[in-house]
Design a protein around this ligand. Structure first.
Ligand code: PA5
Length: 423
């Protein structure tokens, strides 16, 4: 399902010299004995997930079928990125099934929120608010605005159309949801935001958006089984984790996550949050950044080719993307493009990938790794997410970092609250 190509990684060490450390960290992850172990619930979630709640998600979707054309998802960070990444990867940027998903709660931008309010005024809307803490300011601000919109539009029926995903028992959002009579879904105590896409955090919006969440969970399950080995020869997730550590030690302090399709840029955003929030602590970590080729070869390409040599590339390459176009022939050939006539655009993209790899690796001397994923199905998405979860846990443990907290995020909040006059 996933393979890792390290031929151009330019590592100065054999992966095998890390085997002993990997074996220990694998044990710490799987047996939940490592740092932050009270947040390792995601490890077994593909088998232990709440089946009753899963059925409730499917039932809700069925009950509301035909009653909405717009899904508003209100959340930020781990309560937002996974669902959006999935949606765009699996369904593309302009799905034609009559359901539009709009994300709010991830910004204070008054212009954006005003535009959303205008855009949805004549739509049939359902609203899913998602917050583990139940108190995140960006989410709470948006939620109050869109809750009022729903109440004005639907009156008493609004409560049938608003769903809250939050802590099972505690917090402001849970109390509000119970008081208003909203159906609630749970973010388990032992799963942190950025590891929560397989819970209702991801599954409810995705089900409402017609994504096959059963296939998605099957993908996560197969990854859970197949990647349950400490043997570095057999585990591409751990190979990736170790290769990052070797490159870090060699002085490469930034990692470009490179995609080749615009509908994968949110996967890159999700990946940046996963690795950035998990690894960037104690003055350590690799800066996670991203680029979408060939688009960004016309902006960042110059720097990557000839700029300072502190970064490596991890190319996330999907071998078989759905949809394709055969490039048309033109009798006049005024644009001199007939040399591509009859070729598929997927082939053009593949040649661009190979040419760029060679330019950056051979001429630019940049280390490159390529992660190949079979296709952009819901199943593959589920598999890929688990791959990155376990790779991230491993690479952080190898760096002696607790991947499951984010103490640094609180600093801006404190300063902002003071300015906002929050007690
Ligand atoms: O990964 C994390 O824990 C964070 O990015 C959170 O998901 C984010 O801050 C949103 O938090 P909450 O779900 O409590 O609103």
């Amino acid at each position: 399902m996933i393979s890792l190509d390290l031929r151009n990684a330019k590592l100065n060490e054999d992966l095998s010299s890390w085997q002993e450390k990997v074996t220990k960290a694998h044990h710490d992850l799987r047996e939940k004995t490592g740092a932050g172990n009270d947040f390792l619930g995601w490890v077994d979630w593909p088998v232990n997930y709440d089946k009753e709640e899963f059925e409730r998600i499917l039932a809700l979707k069925k009950r509301m079928e035909g009653k909405y054309d717009t899904v508003l998802v209100c959340g930020i960070g781990g309560s937002y990125l996974g669902a959006r990444a999935a949606l765009e990867m699996i369904k593309g940027l302009y799905p034609d099934d009559g359901v539009e998903v709009i994300f709010v709660g991830n910004t204070f931008s008054h212009t954006y929120l005003t535009q959303v309010l205008n855009h949805i005024k004549d739509k049939e809307v359902v609203l899913n608010v998602i917050s583990k803490s139940g108190t995140t300011t960006e989410t709470s601000v948006s939620f109050r605005i869109f809750k009022q919109f729903m109440e004005e539009k639907y009156g008493a029926e609004a409560k049938e159309r608003i769903y809250a995903t939050t802590d099972k028992a505690r917090g402001t959002l849970k109390e509000l949801a119970d008081a208003e009579g909203y159906e609630t879904f749970v973010i388990p105590d032992n799963i942190g935001g950025r590891y929560s896409v397989f819970t209702a955090v991801g599954l409810l919006p995705l089900a409402l958006a017609n994504v096959d969440i059963e296939a998605l969970m099957k993908g996560s399950y197969d990854a859970y089984k197949e990647l349950d080995t400490a043997d570095l020869d057999k585990n591409p997730a751990y190979q990736y984790a170790v290769a990052r550590r070797i490159l870090d030690n060699m002085g490469y302090k930034a990692e470009y996550f490179v995609t080749y399709h615009l509908q994968l840029t949110m996967i890159a955003e999700w990946w940046k949050q996963l690795f950035g929030e998990s690894e960037g602590k104690d003055g350590k970590g690799i800066l996670p950044t991203s680029a979408c080729f060939t688009t960004d070869l016309h902006s960042l390409g110059q720097f990557i080719q000839e700029g300072s040599k502190t970064e490596f590339e991890t190319i996330f390459y999907i071998d078989d993307m759905s949809d394709d176009i055969v490039f048309p022939s033109d009798d006049k050939d005024l644009d001199h493009m007939n040399y591509l006539a009859g070729k598929k655009l997927s082939w053009v993209s593949e040649m661009a990938f190979e040419g760029t790899l060679s330019a950056h690796s051979d001429d630019g001397n940049n280390p490159n790794m390529v992660i190949h994923l079979k296709d952009n199905s819901a199943y593959s998405f589920g598999y890929m997410i688990y791959f990155f979860f376990i790779a991230c846990g491993m690479t952080c443990y190898l760096l002696d970092i607790n991947p499951f907290n984010q103490p640094g995020v609180e600093v801006y909040k404190k300063k902002m609250f003071k300015l906002l006059g929050k007690n």
